[in-house]
Ligand binder design. Structure first.
Ligand code: G6P
Ligand code: MG
Length: 218
């Protein structure tokens, strides 16, 4: 394995919580269609593409629609979701995330985003974090969803580093699998119950330091 030269970040659940806004927008859509959509249901949408999310939602409601109608509803949900993310503030950045990004910059560790949302640029701008990322691989640049490693491999390529020189930060099991499938090291953010395959599991970036990164080199 190579020495870690770059860190690749998932965004939702690692740097900020966007799942809560997705939830509000999907729930409103479900209610308009005449059924309930719970927070537990919303767990099934984490890390899943927009259209797959809609398909899961419609399955929960037992609703069948044409592709045309589905496209219209996905677009409608996104417009509603965007009204929330356009109001996001830098104080929504999760504890310790900005500090860790700045520490990495100081130590000359390269930084990329590996997150398949098409709204990633808007969110990074709102959080005033765009400048922290040397490469941004978002939903406009990938075709495969995690656990496929595409989003991270493209991140490594954009930075000009080898996959084995990358450390991925992920809160979803599929994301940890994507990192490992890409031959990268991975820090899981959350519980060892579902992220146990990661090289290290922590509660949040407030627990991460450059020293811990160095220990992962061994
Ligand atoms: C990421 C998120 C998902 C979201 C997907 C598409 O994978 O984790 O929850 O559905 O991006 O996001 P978008 O903003 O393009 O609808
Ligand atoms: Mg995530």
């Amino acid at each position: 394995m190579g020495q870690i030269k770059a860190c690749l970040f998932d965004l939702d659940g690692v740097i900020v919580d966007t799942a809560k806004y997705h939830y509000i927008a999907w729930r409103e859509l479900a209610n308009e269609l005449g059924f309930e959509f719970t927070e537990e249901d919303n767990e099934r949408l984490k890390g899943v593409s927009r259209m797959t999310s809609l398909n899961i939602l419609l399955e929960i409601g037992g609703v069948t629609l044409s592709d045309e109608e589905k496209n219209r509803l996905a677009e409608k949900k996104n417009e509603n979701y965007r009204t929330f993310i356009l109001k996001m503030q830098p104080d929504e950045i999760l504890d310790g995330a900005k500090e860790f990004l700045l520490e990495l910059q100081q130590k000359n560790i390269r930084i990329a985003l590996g997150w398949a949302s098409k709204n990633a640029m808007t969110i990074l701008d709102r959080l005033e974090l765009t400048e922290c990322f040397e490469a941004i691989i978002d939903g406009t640049k990938v075709t495969e969803a995690k656990p496929d490693p595409e989003v991270f491999l493209k991140g490594a390529e954009a930075l000009g580093v080898r996959p084995e020189e990358c450390l991925v930060f992920e809160d979803a099991e599929a994301g940890v699998e994507a990192a490992l499938a890409g031959n990268m090291k991975c820090v899981g953010i959350g519980s060892p119950n579902n992220l146990g395959k990661a090289h290290l599991v922590i509660d949040g970036l407030h627990q991460m330091t450059y020293e811990k990164l160095i220990e992962l080199n061994n």
